[in-house]
Design a protein around this ligand. Structure first.
Ligand SMILES: [Zn+2]
Length: 91
């Protein structure tokens, strides 16, 4: 007679083992930032060779740059009055 509980535990152990092995044995590889397809780790670009992906990344990077600029302006707008006050201005 088979002990179902023991079998279940053994299976669970096996599953967790294979999962940790997969995580630790993560071979270096890159994914296209747009479509997520595997690309060569040695390739400079972060996208695959698809023209559509290249265009989309270009747009995304432009957006990212804008967001960064906006963030700096925003941070400055908040920090400037505080800094001025700390330096003794605005009193
Ligand atoms: Zn792609």
């Amino acid at each position: 007679m088979v002990d179902a509980k023991a079998v279940k535990e053994r299976v669970a152990k096996k599953n967790s083992n294979s999962r940790t092995r997969n995580n630790s044995g993560n071979s270096p590889h890159k994914h296209c930032r747009i479509c997520g397809v595997d690309i060569n780790i040695k390739s400079e670009s972060r996208v695959c060779n698809d023209q559509d992906c290249n265009k989309k990344l270009e747009k995304q990077e432009k957006n990212d740059r804008m967001m960064r600029i906006m963030f700096f302006i925003f941070a400055f707008a908040i920090a400037a009055p505080i800094l001025l006050q700390l330096m003794g201005y605005g009193k």
